[in-house]
Design a protein around this ligand. Structure first.
Ligand code: AMP
Length: 616
């Protein structure tokens, strides 16, 4: 792999290897696209038939379990429903528990094991993760680009919705790696759309942009502030089940009523045929005023269609208003509106958006391609071809400190924009503790021993206090050059110390890939270990407190009660030694249940004692 050095200030990457194409990928729920930049102009790449740049995000596994991606897979959606996977993006980075609302919408089988694990999809007797399935789609796009350039392609920028959480972002990045792509950047879709329109490409721009994205099955609204080349998502909202498909369904229902069509329940292919015709009518009415099917059986006017679209527009409008409110801005703070997604071709939607924002929306680019084109521009910036542009980088691996039990406590998560600053408060674990060792680590695993140690230092001179009283603030300050400074302060006494740690860019791509891979492979065992260590730590704390309680209140309780409490404490001690998380939790519950009324009695007694002789 070529050695890469990143100039964070200039936002460029220097590599010793010969110039290589970096592609931009829009990994969509319904369709995906791949694009590139040549001579400052962004282009999408069409499929092998040269017809369309839109590759359906669908994977079909044939009876030899061979995957097929794109149009040929989409064709199997009805005949091979259980072997054809669509909408994988909805499952990325999600656990079974997260999917309760989504499951009824899917035609394939999600296996239902442990609620907290990431989902898997069952096809025949094989199981696939959404990361593997997304990787298959990305591989197809990579191959399209390789065919186009007649050379291998290994670097990419991939877009994701602005609301994706860290686990969804990581899943996207991991899918890229699995597809053999070095994912240089994960970019928010609305940011990419703005870049495609050239917004934010010059340092003088300071604008507030609304990105209204209405696709086939999802609606996203985002408000961005762009200043000094920094894209900040101020607010985002949306509905993951709202889009052009709903318009098709509304037309279908309208025709069923209008033409008194019956017996559709027994005739699925008939429903499918009319639904496809409804989509054709909708698209045609984006240009014409009147639609009639070839056989003359179905008609629809633009006015009728507008009436059918109105409720959908209203739904997007209330989400838009909520987003605006969250951003804390007023309508007249908005400088530009960008339209994304095939459904924004509908004149009714365009007009309503323009009317609401009192602005002519940016719609000169193909709304299906905007995001991919923007991703390609971002890739071009990363390739160092647009020297004028300032870019923010992200930290590729999480940064955190070691806490009790050797656990990693992440303070700056991976993919955070840098410069970044984050802090968290800790306390001591031993009475009278005057020193605190702070060990800084980098990596995604739950145990620090599996991550990479960056350095450690000691905060000394903490005035002796009881456990839990000192308030120790640990701050991570990561500057634009990737240099990490760690500050530790005891807030009650004001003592502080600070060290500088040279951060993550010393790590090679291979090392990073290895660390990510092992974090995926070991996710379950890491989770189990973490749960056990947390239970053990909590149990030990409870024992310390119980011991103190017994000592302080020996005079209040009779020997029998004290003995019973000691028996519960002994049982918890045995459970801690057994390393059985469930047993520890059970014994903790028993001890708590027994000691809670005692604590109440002790409190009442002590209050009564304190108030003796005083009147309120
Ligand atoms: P996307 O998810 O962005 O690919 O959007 C696809 C959606 O856009 C589908 O619901 C299409 O029916 C819809 N669409 C595509 N072209 C048009 C058009 N000309 N007019 C209205 N809707 C369209």
């Amino acid at each position: 792999m070529a050695k890469i050095s990143i100039d964070l200030k200039k936002g460029s990457i220097h590599k010793e290897a010969p110039k290589e194409h970096i592609i931009g990928i829009d990994l969509g729920t319904t369709n995906s696209l791949v694009a590139y930049v040549e001579d400052n102009q962004a282009y999408t790449i069409a499929d092998s038939c040269g017809k369309s740049a839109l590759i359906p995000s669908v994977v079909y596994f044939d009876h030899n379990d061979e995957p097929h991606v794109g149009t040929e897979a989409k064709d199997k959606l009805i005949t091979q429903a259980s072997r054809t996977i669509y909408s994988v993006k909805r499952l990325l980075g999600k656990s079974y528990q997260d999917l309760n609302e989504v499951q009824s919408h899917l035609g394939y089988q999600i296996i239902d094991q442990d609620e907290d694990q990431l989902v898997k999809i069952r096809v025949g007797d094989k199981f696939y993760s959404p990361i593997e399935l997304s990787a298959l789609i990305l591989k197809k796009l990579k191959e399209m680009a390789e065919r186009h350039f007649a050379t291998s392609v290994s670097k990419a920028v991939i877009t994701i919705p602005a609301y994706f959480n860290d686990s969804q972002r990581q899943a996207t990045r991991d899918a890229g790696k699995l597809a053999g792509l070095d994912v240089l950047r994960i970019v928010n879709e609305p940011t990419a759309a703005s870049l495609a329109y050239g917004i934010g490409t010059s340092r003088e721009d300071a604008e507030v942009i609304v990105v209204y994205d209405l696709g086939g099955g999802t609606f996203d609204i985002s408000i961005l502030k762009i200043e000094d080349g920094i894209f900040e998502v101020l607010a985002t909202n949306g509905d993951t089940f709202l889009g052009g498909d709903d318009i098709d369904r509304a037309i279908l229902e309208h025709w069923i009523k209008k033409y008194h069509i019956t017996n559709l329940n027994d005739n699925k292919s008939m429903v499918q045929r009319i639904r496809l015709l409804a989509e054709t009518a909708k698209k045609s009415l984006s240009i014409h005023q009147y639609f009639e099917s070839d056989d003359g059986q179905f008609q629809l006017t633009r006015t009728e269609l507008n009436q059918l679209i109105a409720p959908l527009w209203q739904k997007t409008l209330s989400l838009t208003k909520a987003c605006l409110e969250d951003s804390g801005l007023q309508l007249d703070d908005i400088d530009q509106v960008i339209l994304v997604g095939g459904s924004t071709r509908t004149p009714y939607i365009k007009e309503r958006v323009a009317e609401f924002f009192q602005l002519t929306p940016n719609d000169t680019l193909d709304p299906d391609q905007v995001v991919a084109l923007g991703a390609a521009i971002q890739a071009d910036i990363l390739a160092g071809n647009r020297k004028d542009m300032l870019l923010l980088d992200v930290t590729p691996l999480s940064l955190g400190i070691e806490t009790i039990g050797g656990l990693m406590d992440t303070i700056i998560p991976r993919n955070t924009k840098i410069p970044a600053r984050a802090g968290r408060q800790y306390t001591t674990s031993v009475d009278g503790q005057t020193n605190l060792k702070v060990s800084v680590y980098q990596g995604e695993r739950d145990l620090v021993s599996d991550n990479r140690k960056l350095g450690s230092f000691v905060l000394s001179g903490i005035p002796p206090m009881a456990t839990g009283l000192p308030k120790i603030e640990i701050q991570f300050i990561l500057d634009a050059d990737g240099i990490l400074r760690v500050k530790a302060m005891e807030l009650r006494s004001g003592i502080e110390t600070e060290v500088e740690i040279k951060s993550q860019y010393g790590i090679t791509e291979e090392e990073m890939a290895h660390m990510l891979l092992s974090s995926i492979q070991n996710a379950q065992s890491d989770m189990d270990t973490r749960a056990l260590i947390e239970a053990q730590t909590e149990a030990k704390n409870i024992l310390v407190h119980s011991e103190k309680f017994l000592l302080q209140n020996a005079s209040i309780f009779d020997t029998e009660t004290q003995e019973q409490l000691r028996t519960h404490m002994k049982a918890l001690e045995v459970a801690i030694a057994s390393a059985d998380k469930d047993l520890i939790n059970t014994k903790m519950e028993h001890l708590n249940a027994f000691s809670a009324p005692l604590a109440q009695i002790a409190m009442d007694y002590n209050i009564a004692k304190a108030l003796k002789g005083k009147s309120i």
